[in-house]
Every structure is written in structure tokens, then in C-alpha cells.
Design a protein around this ligand. Sequence first.
Ligand SMILES: NC(=O)c1ccc[n+]([C@@H]2O[C@H](COP(=O)([O-])OP(=O)(O)OC[C@H]3O[C@@H](n4cnc5c(N)ncnc54)[C@H](O)[C@@H]3O)[C@@H](O)[C@H]2O)c1
Length: 318
Amino acid sequence: MISKVCMVTGCAGFIGSHLTQQLIDLGHFVVGVDQLFTGYVHNMKGFEDHPNFKFKEASILDEGLLEKLKVDYPELDVVFHLAAIVSVPYSVNHPELTLDTNFEATKIMHKSAQDLGISRFIFAGSAAEYGNEERLPVREEYATDQVEHVSPYGMAKYKSSCLIEKSGYGCSLRFFNIFGPRQDPASQYSGVISRFVDFGLAGKKMVIFGDGEQSRDFLYVSDVVDSYLIASGLDPQGRGPLCGIYNVGTGNGISILQLAESVSKLTGGPSEIDFRPERAGDIKHSRADVSKISEIGFSPQVSFEEGLAKTIEWAESS
Ligand SMILES: NC(=O)c1ccc[n+]([C@@H]2O[C@H](COP(=O)([O-])OP(=O)(O)OC[C@H]3O[C@@H](n4cnc5c(N)ncnc54)[C@H](O)[C@@H]3O)[C@@H](O)[C@H]2O)c1
């Protein structure tokens, strides 16, 4: 495959750092952009000095960002746009900044990419675009203008995905719950898995809000990277590229109780659970309909148990 020059926004974040590493491993050149808002320099340890990587500490809100990078890197041909405000509670408290960062900046970057003749534009969408959807599994077409968005985060992601779909240029990958090494346990959004692993390794009881029967669709981060390669047409197996909106998940639901039990078994943490009252606004179940992306040949390669073991191994060593 011909090597490409790619831009990854959010390269110092959880998913962005895995994607960048894989692109470099495949022989591509990556210009990584990150403002280090929720991302960390140490996430880039594996590739920060690699000759095929250049880091630019900048905000996606900076005017003319992509135009300037295209001057410096005329071969720039693929944009992976992951940088975002990722915390739902933060978005509720900062609605304007969230809309600017997660929608307006995407709109501008998407238009610039198209005007500059960049071949591919891949956006990180989210299951939050479906609001409190109760029909399961959740199909791409369930996100409509009628959805009541529970957060500015979900609203901004929805508006961005719609814009991309309507333009016929680019692709939005709607991720469900992603987990794996480098996910920040301190982040309120990142999730339950990294927090449970933290609790388990510290010998603390896991806290569950509600009865623990609520379920989520958990996908391991290397499978997310695979979906990015497919979407961008950089898949070594030749799948893709994709245009439009695609759910990315496993299609299976794992209950929070089941998760807590697995984590406590693997970490040797306490098996008793600290049950707390259900949190208002939490959805009961979330599970992706993955038929659309499965038709292209995407199927998760890492089982939930295997992914959990790798995540715990990383947490123990870091
Ligand atoms: N982790 C998940 O389960 C999940 C699920 C659905 C969607 N997503 C989406 O995937 C993408 C990556 O998420 P993540 O889990 O890796 O989160 P993350 O917080 O680790 O990564 C986001 C990165 O964006 C950077 N960033 C934020 N604002 C910026 C700005 N103005 N300019 C430049 N950089 C900025 C942060 O510093 C961070 O490195 C996000 O768009 C997120 O909404 C993640």
C-alpha cells in the first residue's frame, strides 16, 4: 500500500494515540494535533520521536489550522478528526465551548478538507447521538432531528455526523463504549471499565449506581483502530473506504454487574459491590446494530475477556 500523510487530531488522547501508533507502524506519516486538554504527552511515548511523526500542539479552534498544515505538508491526504470535549458532564456545564469545539470546528475543518482536495475525512461520532434511545439494537437511522439530546456533547456530535452525511464527503464512525490501555480512569466519560480496574487494583469495592443490570456495548480499542483503517481506505486487507454514518461496536451487551465481577476476578479485588441509588438520566441499555459496518467486513477481533485482561495488564504496569 502507498504510504499516506495523515492528520490525527486528538493524537495525545486515548483512541488517537492508538490510531497514530498503528498508522506509523503501517508506514504512514502522521501529523498529530492536540491541545493537551484531556490528552497527555505520555500517551505518545511509543511514537513521539519517530521520524514519521510530527506533533503540533494546537487547538482545532485555531483559525486556518488545516490550511497551514497543508502548506507544510502538501501531501496531506487523510484527516482523522478525533479531538473533542469528551466529558458529557463537562459539556452540560460548558455548552457553548462544546458546540464550538465539537461542532463548529468540525464544520470548518470538514469544509477546509474538502476545499483542499483531501481524499478522506473521518470523524469520531458517538452513541450519545441517539439520546436515550430505547429500541435495541440501535440502528444508524434512529438518530434524527426528533431525538431529545441529553447533553450538548450528544447534540454537537449529531450535528457533525449529519453535516458529513449530507455533504456526501467523509465518514462518521459512531462509537459505543470503547475501552483499553491509556483510557483515563479520572475522566468521568471514559468509563466504567478503567474506573473499575482502578478500584480492583487498589483493593476497593466497586461502586454501581442502580442494580447493575444496565448494559453497554464495549469494544476494545484495537478494533476501533481497525474501523478507522477501513473507513479511510488504509486497511491492509483492502476493506473500505467508507462514506456516511456507521455504528461501531460489537452488537453485544455486557451488564455492569457482569463487568464488575470479571474485573474483580482478574484484579483480585473485593467481590462485594457498593450499590448506590440509580443516577438520573442514565440509560438502561445501549447496544449497537452493527449490520451496516459488518457488511463491509468489519468484525471485532478482541473478545471482551481478552481486552479486559490486556487493559488490566497495562494498568498494573503503568
Ligand atoms: N472513549 C469512548 O468510549 C468514545 C465513545 C464515543 C466517541 N468517542 C470519541 O472519540 C474521540 C476520542 O475520544 P477519547 O476517548 O480518545 O478521548 P480523549 O479525551 O482521550 O481524547 C480527546 C483528545 O482531544 C484533545 N482535544 C480536546 N479539545 C481539543 C482542542 N480544542 N484542540 C485540540 N485537541 C483537543 C484532548 O486533549 C484529547 O487528547 C472523541 O471525539 C470522543 O468523543 C469516544
